[in-house]
Design a binder for this molecule. Sequence first.
Ligand code: PMP
Length: 429
Amino acid sequence: MQQQRSQQLFERAQRFIPGGVNSPVRSFRAVEGTPPFIARGNGARVWDVDGNEYIDYLGSWGPLALGHAHPVIVDAVQRAAADGTSFGAPVEQEVQLAEMICQALPSVDMVRLVNSGTEACMSALRLARAFTGRSKIVKFAGNYHGHADGLLVQAGSGALTHGVPTSAGVPESYAAETLVAAYNELESVQILFDAWPSDIAAVIVEPVAGNMGVVPPADGFLDGLRRITESHGALLIFDEVITGFRVAYGGAQTLYGIAPDITTMGKIIGGGLPVGAYGGRADIMQMVAPLGPMYQAGTLSGNPLAVAAGVATLTEMQRPGVYDQLEATAVRLTEGIAHAFATAEMPSTINRVASMFTGFFNPGPITSLAQVEQSDAAIYGRYFHAMLERGVYIAPSQFEAGFVSIAHTASDIDRTIAAVGEALSSLER
Ligand code: PMP
């Protein structure tokens, strides 16, 4: 694989950007090697600066349910740009996006748009604390909610991959306000509420864990969280940054029929541009400035380009058959991968919810972070490179989700499955 230009760029990047990347998950430190610098994308494919072509399963880590450079999205962004890129004053399209979000998510009466999932989760916690007058929060080990201080405690995603689940620089006094429970283990949540019955403002959870690899919620887990939080006067926050408009148009809360008090969003609602959002019950959202005392703001929030991409994306996602197609594509892919692993006699577990999935090098079943961590990350690293060489781009970490888009065709999937078979047989064991 030709990598000369990527290598040159990576050397330059490392001089000016820590680790050469603007987000650690893009780094190949866990799997070693030089990340290809991407020149362009179209549909299910990306091309790097050396001209290598890949079938892409990163999908920009979730936003690109329509694939790269979807003509409707490109057109929406171009039109918006021609009319001015930012005003710092209200625009019509942000109302449209807010309305679409509230119509889609049954528990969301009002929503505030921000610029990232991080901002959404950080603000949701402040809101929960403002509403309840309490200071502690509960999160789950291996769940990731962005890089706000109190959430970088036993975090997933790059924090897990790169061995810094709890970041340096977070004051101990602040981290002490974050209580950590075990995903899919209600008992661990109950223990925290028994210890601090009236101090916990909220439980924040990825309703389908994606940032320790995909781990679906166990039967009764989300229900149990709803029950425990309600009975203690704490709020339940669903982090639907990945799952919103992904696992169903109405998110995980629709798929599983649970109404959280606050929902955080990002990724798909921005169609590949920087957007996040937090929303919920009207009585809670009325705490937000200028209506109430919880302050949160943003120079570029509701940015016309970003919301235009969001509105166009959600409009496309409403087309009949989109979610059936995503499901069918993901089923074809994960069944094919499972078959290839079985043929290679490689122990594996493929977890999937709708169009998000992870193949673990681990015989499974995988329902907890402890089981995730027993996966063979070293083999994953070699498999990752074998796939990349065969023109398939998957996450450079065992602890991440893969995504399919509506642009992935049956022949893309079949090529990918063939690549999996070849990659597995190329691995020395
Ligand atoms: N929550 C979840 C569930 C996420 O997956 C992510 C990002 N991967 C975030 C929050 C943070 O979003 P952002 O990277 O846009 O700040």
